[in-house]
Design a protein around this ligand. Sequence first.
Ligand SMILES: [Zn+2]
Length: 199
Amino acid sequence: MAKYVCESLRKIDIRFLKREGYLELNVWRSGIIIWSSRGTETGRANVTVDSPNSSLNISYYYSDPWTEPMYVNESITLTSTPCHFGGVRYWIKCGCGRRIGILYAGAAKFACRRCYDLAYYSQQDCTPRMFSALRKAWKDEGWLENEYANMRVKFWKGRPTKRYRNWLARLRCYEALSSDASEQLDTLIRCLDGTKKVK
Ligand SMILES: [Zn+2]
């Protein structure tokens, strides 16, 4: 069975974008990202960064051992935080809300390491089972939003309705999948800085 680690996956790295001049203030820039493994090209994507609107658009063909190649066009949000010594530090915003440095295409969608539950440095392998759990989480996210918007009555005679209790239960499941953001951010920064390898 195929095994996945971060390094074998397609990714968008904020440091790469910075280095290549995609993150200059008020610049609209497009180019190509080429992914490779052991010197062999494994894929490429067209990428456009619209820095005034803090958005990144990426299009590519996604394929894995279980699916046919699929054209993917995805819009990703960029954010920035002020640096101590002036200027800003850029981040990529994952669908889960986290600010991170690298997004991975573990399935036909870019997401953070935490969302994909990926392992660094080949110390832990990822299985297709994780991807199906992730697809479920994204589906649940949509369901939670819709259901909440459509729920007119949440309490009846001071008690949560059955529908609302069901919604809360699903929310807890979903939250269990997407856990503490700041802890993850710290781990990732340490990892990016190369000061500590995460488990
Ligand atoms: Zn995420």
